[in-house]
Design a protein around this ligand. Structure first.
Ligand SMILES: C[S@@+](CC[C@H](N)C(=O)[O-])C[C@H]1O[C@@H](n2cnc3c(N)ncnc32)[C@H](O)[C@@H]1O
Length: 210
């Protein structure tokens, strides 16, 4: 806690995660979302510009008051209804099987127990609902992965609990989704920053009658 994590980090995140390379992937990951969407780690609302018109409501899960304040100008300009619906992805105060989709971008790195959060995602999704994600995580290349393991203790301290070395694909596959498609990508233009720019982009689906 303190000024760094409460005041500086949300503002830094607002700038750093709004690069052209990030925007490109945000546009990609929201495709196909519709209806009521839970967004985990809503942050400063950087996905609001890219949601398709079929999305009617966003239930924002976000613990940082500063990030939520930064988000206001984006939510005010957007026709989608946005409601702050909780502060912890690991324990959602949302009814089971009640939402059409869940979105998580650059959040699973920070949630203390990502497996618990993914179980919550599965719980709140309606049958045939979809979980879309865009996360950074463990690289496939052993050299980069070694650096990620080395750097993660420091990263956690300076970046609000962020882990560089989470295998997001394995975490999603271990959750109770019936379908999962995930691929590793890289943020273009940042080849020297591979420990921070290995991406997992994908979607997982809940089975059952739609
Ligand atoms: C790196 S930022 C990403 C913000 C946003 N998702 C984006 O794509 O710009 C991670 C966000 O996760 C939030 N966060 C941290 N712990 C969380 C938790 N347990 N549940 C939900 N969100 C959390 C942080 O406050 C922060 O806004």
């Amino acid at each position: 806690m303190g000024i760094w994590s409460e005041e500086v980090l949300p503002r830094a995140t607002d700038v750093l995660l709004d690069s052209p390379a990030c925007r490109r992937w945000r546009r990609e990951v929201v495709k196909g979302l519709r209806g009521v969407v839970v967004e985990l780690g809503f942050g400063s609302g950087l996905n609001m510009a890219w949601y398709p018109p079929e999305v009617t409501t966003v239930l924002a899960i976000e613990p940082s008051p500063v990030a939520l304040r930064l988000a206001r100008r984006r939510t005010a300009q957007c026709p989608i209804e946005v409601r702050h619906a909780g502060t912890d992805a690991q324990s959602l105060e949302i009814d089971s099987t009640s939402v059409d989709a869940v979105l998580s971008t650059f959040t699973m790195c920070t949630v203390p127990q990502p497996a618990a959060a993914l179980h919550e995602v599965w719980r709140v999704l309606r049958p045939r609902g979809a979980f879309h994600f865009l996360e950074h995580g463990l690289a496939a290349e052993p050299d980069t992965a070694r650096w990620q393991h080395r750097l993660t203790p420091l990263q956690r301290r300076i970046a609000g609990g962020c882990h560089l070395d989470r295998d997001i694909g394995a975490l999603v596959r271990a959750a109770p989704f019936e379908e999962c498609a995930v691929r590793r990508e890289y943020l273009s233009g940042y080849s020297r920053l591979r420990p921070w720019t290995t991406l997992y982009v994908g979607a997982a689906g809940k089975g059952g009658p739609g």
